[in-house]
Ligand binder design. Structure first.
Ligand code: ADP
Length: 751
């Protein structure tokens, strides 16, 4: 590899030029004021400019500093007098890592740039680069350390990520960045493994520059010399936050569904249809039938005859046949069957079955069964069928509240025990109508509760009506109740005359459900806030960084007595960044004003033409703005605020049309309204996103990384127009362009 600086002070001879032109890498030669003297074809390619256009120009005019902050810093080091610089930088415009070597001599400045990723060079290059350079090339946080904890070198990703320079006392830097709850664990692990010279891994949270903690996986490996003594350690730190979050969520949801299943009043069983084994059953089975669920899982054949009532077997066989013929509805009709419990008593179970999974060839593999214990209901029903007087024994033993009501008067005719932890006694309820429960049932559930009873009119004998609602108990706590009701007596014409309702307390499962829902909602809100905070801090930080660098450079340039035009370039750049900051801060302030309802208007009369001229004058000159028609009538409104809306529409039109340079503005009278349109021919907005563009913080995600912004401009504009009693809107087609419009009444109406 030819190193041009090896010939040091010699001027660039003709033979040298030919040699350099052949080089695969880019080579640039500058005079001591950083004006281009020479560049080879590879450099022309890299800068995407012809050499003849560049010779004589100053490097600052050519390189877009905002797009290349890394390169900017490297050139700064050169201006500050560093003679020989070797560094890597990420070129945003090329989206790749480049290696740069700058050598300053009396005759001028030579700059070599090459693509470190190019196969041809990469390996040879990496081998000869210092360890630091290699580490800097790794696109994630990586480090090298002599003995763990001392003399550590972290790459640039670290600084970008944490905002912390790796300076001062090492343990302090660590302590600042690792989550306090993780710190001691990581340090202990570290010492343990470094003492044994073994690779290690640890998961811990690291604080990002914006204060957010994220989970990382830290890995470290000792590099041993030939004497088997550790020379140094290298390590990487990988962001595993999303992975961790998914793991946590999974854990939470597993736990959640498990407790739901175990708290369910129903028996849930999954049976493998191929080997006839129970693959899963919840704990309810042992509560209701007394069998150990583990033992049941061992059973394969003969279980039907062993547990099910002989009279029900034909129905069950038929049911199995329908599964075999693949004719099972999804889910099946209810089957009511009798199952023997551990003490040999028959329990009535209502059964629903669903195909849970199929084999690859589509055959039924697992069936999911729900068994609802309706024994008490069934027994009451049976007794009722036998005689009008039924013995209360069964019902009294039931933990559930069993009531019968006359229909349609809805008066209690039977209550098995004091309900809902004795708000009322049995005697108070007997003979009363259900209206006595008003005030006991949560008011917002009350209409549903009343409505529930209407539905018995058309209920068939087999059907059971369900209702979940809240009731207050004697301790004034809200409890969730689940009622199941059935018709059990009818007159000659078939109209129900008596209904039976069984009510269970299902608070525990409802509470779990509700907590999970609230949790999710809260999490969503926090995520939205975090997202905005990180967008806003990034947006504010970018201009400040550029501003700071421009000012530093100005200082240097003044010291080296640079030319006026170069100085001016940096002053203009600084100015642009200040304006960008002011506009961001104004948007944030306006947003705060809107939230506090303090966005006040100062109403005057003006011509829309004046506002238009002002807005156009202050917009970037990159686009041609054509005004089609002007309304010459006086308008009433807040002139500055209307100007702000227009400027926002125009700025967006320019920002979101990088490939076209035309903007069209039109103004029209529409009845008593003035309507203003701003049309661009840019990227447009996807159909499904259009209605959300005026929402606070909304940005079209697909493009949000490409264009900077807070997602506040249109929201503020819409609020301003709303306060003028006007309207905003947009017509847009993705890839073709957008027309944003607003209309306000010509005469301002006080609210
Ligand atoms: P931002 O600061 O993100 O530009 P705005 O509230 O002004 O915020 O706009 C919200 C979003 O609407 C933008 O992020 C962009 O996705 C979309 N948008 C606004 N104007 C245009 C336009 N003229 N063309 C295409 N998309 C637009």
């Amino acid at each position: 590899m030819a190193h041009i600086h090896n010939i040091d002070n010699q001027l660039l001879g003709a033979h040298m030029e030919a040699l350099v032109a052949e080089l695969g890498e880019s080579f640039i030669f500058l005079d001591n004021h950083y004006n281009f003297l020479y560049l080879n074809p590879a450099a022309e390619n890299l800068l995407r400019k012809a050499g003849e256009d560049l010779i004589g120009k100053n490097i600052w005019e050519v390189i877009q500093l905002e797009d290349n902050p890394d390169l900017f810093k490297i050139l700064m080091r050169s201006i500050e007098g560093e003679k020989h610089i070797k560094a890597n930088f990420f070129s945003t415009s090329h989206q790749k890592w480049l290696y740069i070597e700058i050598f300053k001599s009396l005759s001028g400045i030579s700059v070599e740039i090459l693509d470190v990723r190019r196969d041809r060079f990469a390996f040879e290059y990496l081998k000869q680069l210092p360890l630091e350079t290699v580490i800097d090339n790794i696109p994630q946080i990586a480090f090298a350390a002599s003995i763990i904890g001392t003399n550590i070198y972290f790459n640039k990703r670290w600084v970008e990520y944490t905002g912390q320079e790796w300076e001062g006392e090492i343990s302090k830097v660590w302590k600042n960045v690792i989550h306090p709850d993780d710190y001691q664990r990581v340090v202990d692990l570290w010492y343990e493994h470094s003492a044994k010279a073994e690779p290690y891994e640890a998961e811990y949270r690291i604080k990002k520059y914006n204060g957010e903690y994220r989970w990382h996986l830290g890995r470290s490996t000792p590099i041993k010399g030939s004497d088997n003594i550790v020379d140094f350690w290298i390590g990487t730190v990988t962001d595993i936050h999303e992975l961790k979050e998914i793991q946590e969520k999974l854990k939470a949801s597993e736990h959640f569904s498990q407790s739901l299943i175990d708290n369910s009043p129903d028996i849930i069983v999954i049976r493998n249809y191929i080997d006839n084994k129970i693959t899963y059953s919840n704990k309810v089975i042992s509560r209701i039938l007394g069998y150990d669920e583990k033992e049941l899982q061992q059973q394969t054949s003969g279980y039907l005859e062993k547990y099910f009532h002989p009279e029900d077997l034909p129905m069950i066989y038929q049911f199995k046949e329908s599964i075999q013929a693949n004719k099972l509805d999804d889910p099946s009709e209810n089957l009511i069957i009798r199952v023997k419990d551990i003490q040999g008593r028959w329990r009535w179970l209502k059964t629903k079955a669903m195909i849970f999974s199929r084999t690859n060839s589509g055959l039924v593999k697992d069936i999911l069964y729900y068994f609802t214990d309706i024994t008490s209901l069934k027994e009451v029903e049976l007794k009722l069928k036998g005689s009008i007087h039924f013995t209360d024994k069964v019902a009294e033993a039931s933990p559930d509240l069993i009531t019968t009501l006359d229909y349609p008067t809805l008066r209690f005719t039977y209550v098995n025990r004091a309900p809902i932890e004795s708000v009322f006694t049995v005697n108070e309820l007997m003979g009363s109508s259900i209206n006595i429960l008003e005030g006991i049932v949560e008011p917002s559930d009350w209409p549903r509760f009343l409505d529930y009873f209407n539905n018995f009119q058309n209920l068939s004998d087999e059907d059971i009506l369900h209702l979940d609602y809240r009731m207050i108990n004697a301790q004034k706590d809200w409890r969730w109740a689940r009622s199941r009701g059935k018709v059990f007596e009818r007159d000659e014409s078939g109209k129900p005359t008596k209904i039976i309702i069984i009510t269970q307390d299902i608070t525990s499962s409802k509470e779990i459900e509700e907590a999970a829902r609230q949790n999710l909602l809260m999490q969503k809100l926090l995520e939205k806030k975090d997202e905005f905070m990180s967008v806003a801090s990034h947006e504010l930080k970018t201009p400040i960084t550029t501003l700071k660098a421009s000012i530093q450079i100005l200082q240097r340039l003044i010291d080296t007595q640079a030319e006026q035009k170069v100085l001016k370039l940096f002053i203009v750049k600084a100015h642009e960044q200040i304006n960008r900051l002011i506009s961001l801060i104004n948007d944030l302030l306006d947003n705060a004003r809107i939230q506090a309802d303090k966005l006040n208007l100062t109403i005057t009369q003006f011509y829309i033409n004046e506002v238009l001229e002002e807005s156009i004058m202050h917009s970037p000159s990159s686009h041609t703005i054509t005004v089609k028609n002007i309304v010459h009538d006086l308008v009433e409104g807040d002139k500055t605020r209307i100007g702000q809306v227009l400027t926002n529409f125009i700025t967006n039109a320019i920002k979101y049309s990088p490939k076209s340079n035309e903007i069209v503005i039109d103004t029209q009278k529409e009845g008593d309204y003035l309507k203003v349109y701003v049309t661009d021919f840019g990227i447009g907005i996807p159909k499904e996103k259009i209605e959300r563009v005026f929402d606070r913080f909304f940005r079209v995600e697909d493009t949000s990384s490409e264009f900077s912004g807070l997602g506040l401009g249109l929201y503020i504009s819409a609020e301003i127009i709303k306060r003028h009693h006007g309207e905003v809107g947009v017509m847009s087609e993705e890839g073709k362009g957008s027309t944003f419009w607003f209309k306000i009444p010509m005469k301002f109406n006080e609210p």
